[in-house]
Design a protein around this ligand. Sequence first.
Ligand code: DC
Length: 229
Amino acid sequence: MKKLTIAIDGHASTGKSSIAKEIAIKYGYIYINSGSMYRAVTLFAIENKLLELLNDNIDLFIEKLKDISINFRFNQNNLISEIFLNNRNVEKEIGSLEVSNYVSKVAAIPEIRKEMVKLQRNIDRRIGVVMDGRDIGSVVFPNADIKLFLTASDTVRANRRFEEMINNGLSVSYDDILNNIRKRDKLDSSRSNSPLIIEKDAVVIDNSNMSIDEQIKQIKQLIDRKIAN
Ligand code: DC
């Protein structure tokens, strides 16, 4: 059966990773969350007190990141590729609001993007891959077999993220989350290097009023049609 490359881009907190994960499991493809790579770099910067350099010495900031290693290891139990920063599993830490608050700034640095894109393109695509992010269909895999663009109203997204964090036992405020989402949308869409854009050949899904199952159904139809052709 033909193995596809599926690019899922879209706004922050649109459920890209849940959808990507489910699709990857259904078809036996590899799932890579590219945002987690930018988040891992940001976590490293926070832990090593490098954030100040973001404002006054980007060159030194980049220099300090030279030796970090980022890779994915497949976890047989939850069927996802988990991210390791310098051989430490950081899946949980990268989801914090502190990381979310700085990640778009880090992700806007061209030198960092160049390295991440290199790693993303190194993934073996022979068994099929679903990758989600902001520039997957436009920069990383411009020839992807299927390009999706997920969006939803910012208040719906903030609500979902708020509930998810509260359910995970985190103490957060709805307003902080909404502000973070708005700020990231703006930064991600307006940066000069690889901004978030809707590719001409992308299928746009506004999931403000859609369940995950409805989205999966629509995406499965696209994939099955592509495989049959
Ligand atoms: O998907 P996410 O929200 O975890 O991504 C975190 C940040 O990383 C997001 O605000 C923008 C950035 N990002 C990016 O610039 N390019 C990607 N391919 C993925 C994420």
